[in-house]
Design a binder for this molecule. Structure first.
Ligand code: SF4
Length: 492
């Protein structure tokens, strides 16, 4: 059975002729050079009316004069405007990119499971709403997959910008008979419990897929069970070129989501461009992480630690301020599974902070050795941590990043990019003010307000609405936090 997101993705390529794909692949290569390579940018600006000379040197077979709005400052104002028609290659690129963005939004919907697992569905929807208000510039690109698997422990690459501060490599999860059985069992359980939302799963986190020489065998099983081939992101596409090519071959046959190579330096870009043709890389987004690249890094993990050091040295810059809006690289609102450790965690993205330096909050953790234990772990976590209403015995208060403003029988809540106006007219005591004070539990709050003559139902309804909107603070547990929250009082 094909699914909407996969179908949309495959159509992006199938509806184009071979010639159009060839042109698109070369525009893509041009854009990669533009963003990732300072000498290319310099040569291009110095090239006057003959930029073709520069692109030819790099084996790029399109004429930059046909896509001026993509790269020459004085023409950028025509982008996405009718006048852009004078530069057909710019139009072609922008159409392709908007189709890819539409696909990204469809991926977010693929994680929905209102029928098969309503509790998990409601929890994830709430995290998405919270993230839309809390994550700044990172929010639109987060697709909230419901599950991610680590097939190694730690990472051999050690990128300076690692948003997840991956630990040193300790080994990988081999594809032996026993492990293959556990793996297939675990994917089967995820599929059975999350339905088609399991298709959003992928097989790396604070790990690099290429650290596992059996990686493609795990991918193939995942595809056989869920019908979806997970996305691959690697910073080591050249480490074992045969493995990378096997992954790209699987992608060609079954792929429904673009893979990504992290490019660490301009030299690395040169090597990748010489190993793989523009067409080979059509299904691979290059994330240009080198020092010459114009790519912002999220304020989490090792990037965050580095930026804090720079800030201490009074080295602020406007670029840095821009990057502060890019708050996390974490994307999963769901389960993070390390197969080697048999560890299962419930996680969700948050802005990188002292409390959550890696840009995600760990809500709960369990360990498993068999698919049945995996199922039990999932069930327990869902039961204990995915509440549908604010838990009655926990403090109730607004998220820390929200500004509260009381009005006349209503109140406003403002975050960095969302504003809520909430009617608060059920009784004489303001529910908003009580939550704002944050000194009582949900059940104590209900007692206080109901005593004032309001119906229990109206209060419960308002609390449920606020809870579903993701404005009630759920970060109440210090068990997995780096720094305990000072605001947590009276926890039971
Ligand atoms: S960014 Fe990826 S490849 Fe680099 S250290 Fe972190 S997990 Fe490893």
């Amino acid at each position: 059975m094909t699914h909407a997101a996969t179908e949309h993705y495959r159509k992006i390529f199938d509806r184009r002729t071979r010639e159009q794909l060839h042109v698109l692949a070369h525009i893509k290569r041009f854009m990669e050079r533009l963003v990732g390579d300072m000498s290319f940018r310099a040569a291009l600006s110095a090239s006057g009316d003959n930029p073709r000379m520069v692109t030819e040197r790099y084996g790029i077979e399109v004429d930059p004069m046909e896509m001026l709005p993509l790269w020459r400052n004085s023409y950028m104002k025509y982008r996405f405007k009718p006048e852009c028609a004078s530069w057909p290659l710019a139009v072609m690129w922008d159409e392709y990119m908007s189709e890819m963005l539409r696909h990204r939004d469809m991926l977010r919907s693929e994680g929905e499971m209102p029928m098969v697992n309503p509790r998990f569905h409601a929890w994830r929807e709430r995290q998405i709403r919270r993230c839309n208000g809390e994550l700044g510039g990172s929010a639109p690109s987060v697709t909230h997959p419901v599950i991610a698997f680590e097939l190694s422990d730690g990472c051999t690459i050690g990128c300076w910008f690692c948003g997840l501060s991956a630990g040193g490599f300790k080994g990988y999860y081999e594809y032996c008979e026993e492990h293959a059985e556990i793996w297939r069992g675990v994917i089967g359980v995820a599929s059975e419990m999350f339905g088609s939302a399991a298709r959003t799963g992928f097989c790396y986190w604070a790990t690099d897929p290429m650290d596992n020489p059996d990686y493609d065998r795990f991918l193939f099983d995942f595809h056989q069970i869920t019908g979806a081939l997970p996305q691959t992101t690697t910073a080591a596409p050249l480490r074992d070129e045969a493995l990378t090519r096997r992954v790209l071959e699987l992608f060609k046959r079954y792929g429904g989501v673009t893979n990504r190579f992290s490019v660490l330096t301009t030299n690395h870009l040169d090597q990748i461009h010489s190993a793989f043709s523009p067409e080979d890389l059509m299904g691979v987004e290059l994330i240009l992480q080198g020092k010459e690249a114009l790519t912002a890094k999220a304020f989490a993990g090792r990037t965050r630690a580095r930026k804090e050091k720079l800030r201490a040295a009074d080295n602020n810059s406007s670029i840095e301020l821009l990057e502060r809006d890019h708050t996390t690289i974490a994307c999963v609102s769901g389960f993070l599974v390390n197969m080697r450790q048999g560890r299962l965690q419930l996680v969700t993205p948050v802005p990188g902070s002292e409390r959550w330096p890696l840009g995600y909050r760990i809500v709960a953790e369990r360990f498993f050795g068999t698919p049945n234990e995996f199922r039990e772990g999932l069930q327990c976590i869902i039961e204990e941590h995915m509440h549908e209403s604010p838990p009655p015995n926990l403090p109730i208060r607004f998220r820390e990043d929200l500004q509260y403003e009381a009005g006349d029988r209503h109140f406003h809540l403002r975050s960095r990019n969302v504003e809520h106006r909430v009617d608060d007219d059920a009784g004489a005591i303001s529910v908003g003010d009580l939550i704002r004070r944050g000194d009582c539990t949900a059940s104590e709050l209900a007692v206080r307000v109901i005593a004032d003559g309001v119906t229990a139902l109206a209060v419960a309804d308002l609390l449920d609405q606020l809870y579903a909107a993701g404005v009630i603070d759920e970060d109440l547990d210090d068990s997995f936090a780096e720094q305990p929250s000072e605001r947590v009082t009276g926890r039971m």
